[in-house]
Design a protein around this ligand. Structure first.
Ligand SMILES: [Zn+2]
Length: 383
């Protein structure tokens, strides 16, 4: 039986937004893109609902690392995570929320608070990162229209970031990933690494530029008891990164380097005047010039006034839609009746944004930032 006209239209729209990350690269010049939104891309999602044997492995690995007992390390082969378990964990959570909230594609990385770069040494970090990245690749291969991968890096305190280039290259070239999460503080809360603008990081940036992938500046779980991981540590790191970047010549050295500062940029939008004044007082250009092609903020801000301010202060060209679901802030806001992390709702309602701005935030900017993100086929007129 033929579906009613309304349903057929809906089906047609769903077909238009189909996306297959495995398909050969289809290039569409940005200038030719239509202004309507083809797909809503969430640039910040973590696999926080992993099969439970992963946490068993990590507990054993952490215990062995803390005891400095290599013989107690669990074997990678011991991990039991079936495709059915992965499907169940995704379909009941991230995929369900994508459908409910009307988003199409999530740029997906391992659980950020679980990266734990401060645990064990570089070899522990490499093994753990490879396992977590391979798991993301399995999710993407099961749901290529809904997820595309971003990797965790095998960073370790005091170890040059150059050593993480091998895993980045593996993830990009072999697993088809399109970006990475770069931890500015592998110590887990003690901020004792050189600033992101220091030459310490340059070999890693060179590899990013060569591979045409951006990094989201993202810390992991906090082991400093003075800070709450998602409440203060994440936002402190975001704010710190921005201040480092605006006083540096990093983007003169790397004009195509792209960095995403998540969680709405921490304190940046609210204190834009402070940052702008400090930049100008130090002989730097306007912030909008500094960030133009290199620094981007996401929309992981969990209330309407916060998104309104972000949209008012930061140019729409530098905002990427994101929710960081599932898990950064769980639950329903009793004042609105909607989930805190249902950020699309706030972007939809932000009064400052035009339809063209929303197209950039939901979709267009993601293509500018993620050079390896394969675009969907251009929309054809229905009928
Ligand atoms: Zn995150």
């Amino acid at each position: 039986m033929l579906a009613p006209q309304g349903d057929r239209n809906r089906l047609r729209i769903e077909v238009l937004v189909r996306f297959d990350n495995r398909a050969p690269l289809r290039s569409i010049a940005t200038a030719n893109r239509q202004s309507e939104i083809l797909m809503i891309i969430d640039c910040h999602g973590h696999y926080t609902t992993e099969p439970k044997d992963l946490s068993r492995f990590r507990k054993e690995q952490t215990a062995a690392a803390n005891a400095k007992d290599k013989t107690a390390m669990p074997s990678r082969a011991s991990l039991k995570m079936s495709d059915d378990e992965i499907r169940e964990s995704i379909e009941k959570n991230q995929l369900k929320l994508q459908r409910e909230r009307g988003t199409n594609l999530t740029i997906f990385s391992p659980r950020a608070s679980g990266m734990g770069h401060h645990i064990g040494d570089e070899s522990v970090s490499l093994e753990w990162s490879q396992i977590c990245n391979d798991l993301i690749a399995r999710v993407v291969s099961l749901y290529p229209q809904n997820f595309v991968g971003v990797c965790q890096l095998p960073q370790s305190p005091g170890v040059p970031p150059k050593n993480a280039t091998g895993e980045l290259e593996r993830c990009v070239k072999e697993l088809g990933f399109i970006g990475c999460n770069l931890n500015p503080d592998p110590s887990g809360g003690y901020f004792n690494s050189p600033p992101l603008t220091d030459k310490w990081w340059y070999p890693f940036y060179e590899k990013m530029v060569e591979l045409d992938v951006p990094a989201m500046i993202h810390v992991s779980g906090c082991c400093n008891p003075a800070m709450h991981t998602t409440g203060s540590y994440y936002l402190n790191a975001d704010t710190m990164a921005f201040m480092q970047l605006i006083l540096s010549d990093l983007f003169k050295d790397f004009p195509t380097l792209k960095l995403i500062i998540p969680h709405g940029g921490g304190a940046v939008p609210f204190h834009w005047g402070r940052f702008r004044g400090l930049a100008l007082n130090n002989g730097r250009p306007e912030l909008t010039e500094i960030i133009k092609n290199n620094i981007f903020f996401d929309t992981c801000v969990y209330h309407q006034p916060g998104i309104n301010l972000l949209a008012e202060v930061v140019p729409a060209d530098n905002i990427l839609f994101a929710s960081e679901m599932v898990g950064a802030v769980k639950g329903i806001d009793p004042k609105t009746g909607f989930n805190f992390d249902d950020t699309k709702r706030y972007v939809d309602a932000a009064p400052k944004l035009s339809a063209a701005d929303r197209q950039k935030i939901f979709e267009g900017n993601a293509h500018r930032v993620f050079g390896r993100l394969k675009t969907p086929a251009p929309a054809k007129a229905p009928g």
